[in-house]
Design a protein around this ligand. Structure first.
Ligand SMILES: *Cc1c(COP(=O)(O)O)cnc(C)c1O
Length: 447
């Protein structure tokens, strides 16, 4: 059974301090997991996890991972700025982006990040907009076709926009060498949320063999192989969690069979896990504020898809535990006897955290924990319907809590309307007292 990382009583105390909805994160779980990841790859002296910032850009959480030597995998200007603000610079940044704007390349170059080129055409573009090619660079590979694993997991790299063909990759290595690159990485991301211990080992085999071919044919020094993200988590209660130790062992076997005999045992491993690092260690805490019975039974909660879009966007499953009301019984132990749709308040019928979900009988006032929102949860938030994104709260090791991001207010939502030289917004004007000093009208041009 899937259990929340907070008890009912703990949560009751937390919601007295922070109004729902909010994402809650579990520091103890994050630390235990990152320790297991480092242990699983400790056989590789150069191993480094570059946390995929897009999965959760909260600086307080990235700072925990930084304590363990994790770097950042950034894909945009603002993600680079987050890394910089955390003093994560140089080779502690992997810049894995695509369709990259010039200013992003410029900042990545300035910070000394490792550039992971998504396309061969980005090499002259980078030189033109950002400056000389650095000595250490990386290229992203796309093998095309279908990628299949023994357990039936499959993805379709041939249909994905990322990376270079093998032919282009060889050419890119030559181009980069001519331009002064000395140390190379190769990278690929072939399947997402893989709930199996076989994905990284299978990917490692593909990339290790490619690394051997590249070294033989181009003479390039392969410094690292980047297995990127894609290691999954069990969103569904019947799924079995990946065993990171077994994954590390599988990659080690591939390393010993392919790279060691080729004399390439100095290759460092990199990865850019996002979901596996934080996914299970976050949840969305929300309260039932309405109950509605028409052709189906609905529980209306105070969160919506702006706080967690995965169910609406991908039909993704997120497990829900009914904690009960603060004074009432602990419903997480009660049998699931009722079928509900759990909905948010957006004017979009896909704004449902669950459809036809069996839950214990639930009432207005009950607290729900929506599991596994630590990655690709808050970060995918948006503002449709003028809805404001929730707060983020960290549950510390000692049981105390810390607000690590406040909830948005209408002021945040309207901030981008502040387009006048005086920094005033149309909305502020509309609601301001009508003295001449406070009503300059330079947004709408009446002249
Ligand atoms: C999204 C992404 C990741 C992280 O993926 P997870 O599935 O969260 O581990 C890593 N690298 C790149 C380039 C990505 O686009």
């Amino acid at each position: 059974m899937k259990q929340p990382f907070v008890s009912k009583d703990q949560l009751a105390a937390i919601v007295r301090r922070y109004p729902t909805p909010f994402h809650l994160y579990d520091e103890a779980g994050i630390r235990k997991n990152v320790e297991a990841v480092l242990d699983a790859f400790s056989w590789n002296p150069g191993f480094k996890e570059y946390f995929a910032v897009k999965a959760n850009p909260n600086p307080s959480l990235i700072a925990i991972l930084r304590e363990y030597g994790c770097g950042c995998d950034c894909s945009s200007l603002t993600e680079l700025m987050i890394a910089r603000a955390l003093d994560i610079t140089g080779h502690n940044i992997m810049f894995s982006s695509n369709d990259t704007p010039a200013e992003d390349f410029r900042l990545a170059r300035e910070l000394g990040a490792i550039i992971n080129f998504d396309d061969i055409s980005h090499i002259p573009f980078f030189e033109q907009v950002a400056g000389p090619i650095p000595e250490t660079v990386s290229c992203r590979f796309n093998p095309g076709g279908l990628f299949k694993l023994a357990n039936g997991i499959m993805d379709n790299p041939g249909d994905s926009k990322y990376g270079m063909t093998e032919e282009q990759l060889f050419e890119a290595f030559r181009m980069l060498s001519e331009r002064g690159a000395k140390h190379f990485g190769i990278h690929a991301f072939l399947a997402s949320n893989t709930v199996t211990d076989d994905y990284y080992p299978a990917l490692a085999r593909i990339l290790f063999e490619l690394a051997v071919r590249l070294t033989r044919e181009t003479g390039a020094h392969i410094a690292f192989v980047n297995l990127s993200g894609g290691v999954g988590i069990p969103y569904r209660p019947e799924e079995r969690a990946n065993n990171i130790g077994a994954i590390g062992d599988g990659v080690r076997r591939a390393f010993e069979e392919i790279l060691v005999p080729a004399g390439m045992d100095d290759v460092a491993l990199a990865c850019e896990m996002g979901r596996f690092m934080l996914g299970p260690y976050g949840c969305l805490v929300t309260r039932v504020i309405h109950e509605k019975q028409i052709y189906k039974d609905y529980l209306g909660v105070d969160a919506n898809a702006c706080d967690l879009i995965r169910p609406a966007m991908y039909g993704a499953y997120h497990h829900i535990t009914v904690m009960g009301s603060e004074e009432g019984p602990d419903k997480s132990q009660m049998p699931a006897t009722h079928t509900y749709d759990v909905t948010g308040n957006l004017c979009e019928n896909n704004d449902k955290f669950a459809v036809d979900r069996m839950l214990p009988e639930t009432a207005v006032g009950d607290l729900l924990v929506i599991h596994d929102t630590g990655a690709h949860g808050y970060s995918m938030g948006y503002n449709y319907n003028g809805r404001l994104r929730s707060a983020e709260v960290l549950l510390r090791m000692d049981g105390s809590t810390e607000l690590i991001r406040r909830a948005e207010t209408p002021r945040d939502y309207f901030a981008t309307l502040e387009v006048t030289a005086e920094g005033r917004s149309v909305i502020a004007q509309a609601s301001a007292p009508s003295s001449p000093a406070t009503t300059p009208c330079s947004v709408t041009n009446h002249e």
